[in-house]
Each structure stands twice: as structure tokens, then as C-alpha cells.
Design a protein around this ligand. Sequence first.
Ligand SMILES: *Cc1c(COP(=O)(O)O)cnc(C)c1O
Length: 526
Amino acid sequence: MALSRTVDGRKDGAEHFVTSVFGSRYVRNNLPRYRMPEDEMPKDAAYQIIHDELLLDGNPRLNLASFVTTWMEPECDKLIMESLNKNYIDMDEYPITTELQDRCVNMIARLFHAPIGENETAVGAGCVGSSEAIMLAGLAFKRKWQHKRKAEGKPYDKPNMVTGANVQVCWEKFARYFEVELRDVKLRKDKYVLDVKEAVDMVDENTICVCAILGSTYNGEFEDVKLLNDLLEEKNAKTGWATPIHVDAASGGFVAPFLYPDLVWDFRLPWVKSINVSGHKYGLVYAGVGWVVWRRHEELPEDLVFHVNYLGADQPTFTLNFSKGASQLIAQYYQFIRLGFSGYKCIMESCQAQAKHLKDCIEGMGDFEILSKDIGVPLVAFSLKDRSGFDEYDIADSLRTYGWIVPAYTMAPDAQEVSLLRVVVREDFGMSLADRLVNDIRAVVEKLKKRPTKLVNEVADAIMKSAAHGKHHKKRKVDDTLADLIGSKPLHEVVKHASVFDEELNKKRAFRYHKKNAVAKTNGVC
Ligand SMILES: *Cc1c(COP(=O)(O)O)cnc(C)c1O
């Protein structure tokens, strides 16, 4: 009898009868991690291996750190699957996709009250997210300012822009990549958004724009764009500089028009020249779509627009990337026509009601101070009133064991001594999950209260070590470590007050965490 050779070379042909991927050598052997494997493998094995490794990722629906959409209707999922193989940039080949993008740009511009006539078309672009949208808006400001300065015969090599220190990291990227000085107005305790007056004071003739955020990433609070507009108006009239405003409405752009239609933050204000919004946040589309819209055509310098005649007709493009998937744009269009204004309004009201409920419950526990505002993006940002026993990071860590991903982070400079937790309420959260979360936060807090404090443990450890060594110089070393830990008190003081923690200590801890987690703003809060 001829034995057929099996894939792993066994002579008994056993592999042939193994129908389960889990019985095969593909799961038994390690795959090289950083080198392409020599040989191919069956598709079901490849699928299972990757699928299983991904089980260790968090559950996106329980990821309360992110504004980004984690649920869409199955009909939209279907449209996305149907268009996965379309490249957005092939505008001549996929004219309908291009048309849907243009419709979205126009809908958004009108939602933001762009001063365009019924038969005029809006200027804007679909982007990968708000980050790309912000790069494009920033480039338009920079180029426009340069043109103006050149025409006046003035130097144009030192552009700057003014923002709050609470800006999202993409603004820092823009500033660094495109060589614009970022002047940030520092926060302070109890003022966690841009101090508009200070911002206007920082503006000079080299300022390409002032950025206001509609929905600060840190606590969801809206910045006062109206006041910024009015103060800039005065300054512009006095100086003749014409400094414009950009509104970073990444999270709030699809919230404010539905929940606060009377709040004036958009193109109704004459100095607001461009706005970005993330389609994948409250635009209710999966990750991969953002929008930038300009007030009028003249705000986008023509020399930034490329006219590519590559795969057919003339394509005007203003994007950083060339190719990208078309499905997110199509999904955005689906949401706009599926939900309409009233559908978005219902969803935003539901998110708002859940955020309010969460806020009331968390406040009711008595342990927390609420740092988010009633008017703002639907989220709850909260901070421990007493951080002597445990801190926000301990709560975040413990919630993780229940499956919840709730980020802990420190405020932006100069309010870093404030650390907080943030729960973003998305469409797919719902009251029953909200109630579960409240129960779990309560359980975690109770558990942590019973635990000896971290610092007491650290102090006890150090004392033990010091006693064990018994040598003066070693003890001195311990003294120093403790002094560093506590502030500058001598050891006996520390022991006496081991469980008494003052403001200084809290600051120190916050600083330590800030250094560890937040300096580069890469702490998963997005
Ligand atoms: C999320 C966010 C960004 C970045 O947007 P992406 O769409 O993730 O690129 C920028 N600014 C603010 C205020 C944000 O909330």
C-alpha cells in the first residue's frame, strides 16, 4: 500500500484524518514573529491562528476610552463589505463614490452653516480622520498667510498658531511636521479649556490661526468660539491682521448641531474659516473617515490643490494620501440618508441622557468630583476627591478585570496635578451597560478602600529593608528614597504620617504618572 506523504512528513498519514485546525502542526509549531514564514499554510489555519491571537485584544464595545464608532447597522456593514475593494482615489472609475463624497461634504458644510447659496457647492474633503483634516486645514492657513506676507513684502518664515494646551496630539504633529510654532495657552486648576482672552493676547502678525476645540479631548467641554470670534474681531480691526479661526470639532461637530442648535460656534461666526469633524466619532461610522470643510472657496489656496490626470479625467485632490478605501465614505453617506437630522438628534439625545444618568450615579457615590460639563460631548470625566488610598489609575486597572476599558490620565499642562477617568458614551452603550458599569465602579472602589494603600506598602517595604540592613548609610539611602517618594520629610515623619497624604504627595504622584503615561499624549485617549 502506497503511503501518501503528509504535509509534516509523517508516514502514517495521520495528518490527513485531522480535520481540526487545532490538531494540525500549524497551531503546534511557533510561527516566526518577525520574518515571513518559508511556507504557505491552509486558509482555515491562518484564519484561526489570527482570530485566536486577537481574542486577547480588548472588546471594542467595552472600550469606553474611545469616541470612535464600534457598531453600525448590518445593512451598512453589507455596503462596506460590498465596497471594500474600491479605491476612493479612482474618481473617474468610481464616479458614484466620488459623488457620494461630494454630497457628504455639502451636507456637512450646510449643517455647519457655511454661507453658500442653494446652487453653490461647498469646499471640503473626505479624509482618513480628523488628523488628516487638521493637517490640510493647517496647511491652507499657513499657505494663505505666506501669500499675504509675501504680497506685503514681509518675512514669512516664522509662522505660529495659538491653541489651548489641551489640544489633541495631531495639532502638535501638524506643528512639528509643517514647521509652525505652536503657542499653547496653559490650563490651570478649574479651567480645563482654552482661556480665550489669553489666546487672543498671544496672537501676533505671524499667527496663521487660532484653534478652538468643540469638545476638549480631556473633558468634552466646548470652548467659547463665539467669544474668541468677538475678541479676534476687535484685535483684527485694530491691527489689520485678519487672523482666522479653525474649529476642531472632531468629537463635537456631530453633537452640537443636534443637541445645541442655538450654540453659535460654526460658520455663523465670520472668523471661522474652516472646521474639521471625525466621521468616525459621532458621525457614527467605523474608524477611517474624517472631514474638513472651508467657509468658502477662497479660504483654500488654489496652489495646494493638485489636478491629477492619472486614470482618466482631471481630478482635483487635496489629501495627504493618494489611495484609500472608499467604504467609509459610502458608510458615512448611508448614515446621513438613513438617519437624517432627526435620526442623529434622537441618537445624540439618547447618548446625552445616558451620560447624564452615569454622571448622576457616579456623583451619587460621593467619592468623585465630576470634571465634564452638562453642555458638551456626551461623556463623563471624573476625578477622585481623595487620592490618599488609591488613585484613578488603580480604578482603571481594576475595572479592566471586569472587562471595562476606562482610561485614567492627567490633565494637560499646567493642570497635570489633576488626574481623571473618562467614560465616553457612544450610540451602542445603552442604559443597561451604563448601570452595570456603575455597579462595577462601586464594587471596585469598595474593594480598593479595603486594600492597604500602595504607599503604606512601599513605606513598610522600605522600613523592613532598612531594619534588615541596619547600617546607617543604607538607612540613609532608604531615607532618601522615601523622601523622594513623600516629598522631603524625614523617615520618622513619614512613618508617623504614613497614611496621611497631603497635596504635595498627590502632585508628586500625578507628576510621576504624567511622566510615565502622558508626556507624549499616547495614552490611548483618543
Ligand atoms: C479625536 C480627535 C482628534 C483626532 O481625530 P482622528 O479622527 O482620530 O484623527 C483631533 N482633535 C480632537 C479634539 C479629537 O477629539
